[in-house]
Design a protein around this ligand. Sequence first.
Ligand code: RB5
Length: 146
Amino acid sequence: MGKDRSIIIGSDHAAYELKEKIKTYLIDMGYSVEDAGTTSEASVNYVEYGKKVAAAVSNGHYLKGILLCGTGLGMSMTANRFSNVRAALCSDIFSAKMSRLHNDSNILVLGGRIVGDILAFALVQTWLDTEFEGGRHLDRIQSIEH
Ligand code: RB5
């Protein structure tokens, strides 16, 4: 399967259940999904899973990733330390859309204790369906790296 239909996903225990549901949702949409863990509701450190997903996007193995923790805060802090990663913590559809249009976000971060299942699915769908606008926004995102 092409890189554009492949996605890597990871969560900690606080969002394990939502990660599993999003995985199924993605597979049903025809995506190939790499699950970086965690694998149960046993307490873990979100940083381990955030680093796995962010590294895979940073080094180009995956074009897109999804990260989840309780609030999404720890995952976004972790992921945005990696070069070429633009992780967007979203809990509204407008931000999910704009994070693609203007910021070319390559990791969507969700808070499993913030969003319900239906909103989470809609956020994922919007994020995946929206293309980067490029143009003036390209220079801006490139300048994040320097
Ligand atoms: C786990 O209790 C919680 O701290 C974690 O899921 C996340 O919200 C951290 O930012």
